[in-house]
Write a protein that binds this ligand. Structure first.
Ligand code: ZN
Length: 485
């Protein structure tokens, strides 16, 4: 593979990012302290919109019924490149950054223990650098920045694709915090359908006249038994997991309403669809046995995630040209302390970029950008913003997230994203190549949204949680906001 030449255009994007490194860190830290869970990213999206508008982007809020989604656009003509990322934290994940023991910022509150705040930071910083560079060098093309809520619920992006937000897009890029600096191609994450199965019956006094009730919780239990029996006949790649979200109110009332939230996964969209259909049959059987009525509400339906090989090649060349951040002795020592706290080998931080990964491997997790990756060629960069060995969604992953390790990681991540996008803006043939390889990769499969055509998102998830915690969390917001120049 040819080593990439850093021309004057790319140099100008990289020096914009270096010049604004403190502002990038400040943006990342502001988002960290907001600590907002899925669908409650009001402060986070408002700040990202403010930063993008200040730089001259035109914005649209509330895409597809998601209050905390946005689209920021700049430029004109082709190619049209979309950057998209998430900024949600997680319930129960409040953790004081920099503290080497479990210590919530606010007891019981949500927070960032993975690093999606850094993902949105990288997307935004690279967008600002791209606009600056394209203006300075008279490059044509359109840049779209898509703020995607609720990645942790694998939720929003299939709605955006279904509703046409990617119809005029040529290529899309995603970015994610990681322990190393790398990119990948082929199918790397699996498809998922998540749905609520709600059974509706009739209350009765559970002691005096239980025979007069129709027990909705019985239906949830019978559906569980039905799926447990069906597991013997499932293909090995299939996954089915659930939580009971409503099981009645007190034991002496036969529950008239009970609800279970199931997630089904398979490496292919067709596979997950057929498991979902079987689950609906089982649920109908449970309703029949209990004389209850079944309602099914799809929460999300996500295609597997694939990365385009042409885009991966371009991304890899940029990653290699940029290289890993230079870690200080202090950062290496801090990383070892974090690793000890996480009960992991104290190996410190990686010094070298990772070779191109692919084809695959396929991991057992899903990501709501899957649908985008079957609609248009998509590339992704993993940037080295956290400490190897920490466990995502666990307090140990929160420790490094406002440190200079995360800050340096976001700087190289923004450079890789801006650098790869610039290569496509400057060389139209590369865009055509990506579309060509994408066509081959699809191998005859035509993308159709799995999401029902009339499905609307329920944005009340986590609302009560934030009503409880918004005020105590607000006390920790940073006073200083980023100002990019
Ligand atoms: Zn994530």
């Amino acid at each position: 593979m040819n080593k990439i030449v850093i021309g004057t255009e790319k140099q100008s994007a990289f020096s914009y990012i270096d010049r604004n490194a403190e502002q990038i860190a400040l943006l990342s830290d502001n988002l960290f302290w907001f600590g907002e869970p899925s669908l409650q990213e009001y402060e986070s999206s408002a700040l990202l919109i403010e930063v993008l508008e200040a730089a001259g982007f035109t914005t649209e809020k509330g895409l597809s019924g998601f209050d905390t989604a946005f689209l920021a656009t700049w430029g004109e003509g082709g190619p049209v490149i979309a950057l998209h990322a998430e900024y949600d934290g997680l319930p129960e994940n409040s953790q004081q950054p920099g503290v080497l023991k479990k210590e919530p910022i606010v007891e019981g509150a949500p927070g960032h223990c993975e690093g999606h705040h850094a993902n949105a930071t990288v997307m935004t910083a690279s967008a600002l650098a791209l606009k600056h560079t394209m203006e300075q060098h008279g490059l044509s093309g359109t840049l779209k920045v898509v703020g995607a809520p609720a990645e942790e619920l694998a939720l929003s992006r299939p709605y955006f694709v279904r509703d046409g937000y990617f119809n005029d897009v040529d290529l899309a890029f995603h970015n994610h915090i990681g322990m190393d600096f790398h990119t990948e191609y082929d199918v790397v994450q699996i498809a998922c359908i998540a749905a609520d199965f709600t059974f509706l019956g009739e209350t009765a006094h559970a002691g005096l006249a239980p025979w007069r009730g129709r027990d909705a919780l019985d239906a949830v239990v019978l559906m569980d038994v039905g799926l447990a029996q069906f597991r013997e006949h499932m293909e090995p790649e299939l996954r089915a997991h659930r939580v009971i979200t409503h099981g009645g109110t007190q034991p002496n009332i036969i529950p008239e309403k009970a609800s279970v939230w199931w997630m089904f996964r398979h490496p292919e969209a067709a596979g997950v669809t057929s498991l979902f259909e079987q689950a609906k049959n089982i649920a109908e059987g449970a309703a029949l046995m209990t004389k209850t009525r079944l309602e099914v509400n799809v929460r999300s339906a996500v295609w597997p995630l694939r990365c385009n090989q042409t885009m991966a090649d371009v991304m890899q060349r940029n990653i290699e040209a940029i290289g890993m951040p230079q870690w200080s002795g202090e950062e290496l020592a801090f990383a070892r302390e974090v690793q000890k706290a996480a009960g992991q080998p104290a190996d410190g931080l990686l010094e070298n970029v990772t070779p191109l990964t692919g084809p695959g491997p396929l991991i057992g997790a899903s990501n709501d950008c899957g649908d985008i990756s079957w609609k248009v060629p998509m590339g992704r960069v993993w940037f080295p913003g956290t400490v190897p060995g920490v466990s995502f969604h666990n307090w140990t992953a929160g420790i490094p997230l406002t440190s200079s390790i995360t800050h340096k990681g976001t700087v190289v991540g923004a450079k890789a994203l801006a650098g790869a996008a610039l290569d496509f803006y400057m060389e139209p043939k590369l865009v055509a190549d990506a579309k060509e390889t994408f066509k081959k990769e699809l191998n005859g499969i035509t993308y159709e949204p799995m999401l029902p055509a009339d499905q609307q998102p329920d944005c009340t998830v986590n609302q009560e949680l934030m009503e409880r915690f918004r005020d105590p969390m607000r006390a920790h917001y940073l006073a200083e906001k980023p100002r990019f120049t």
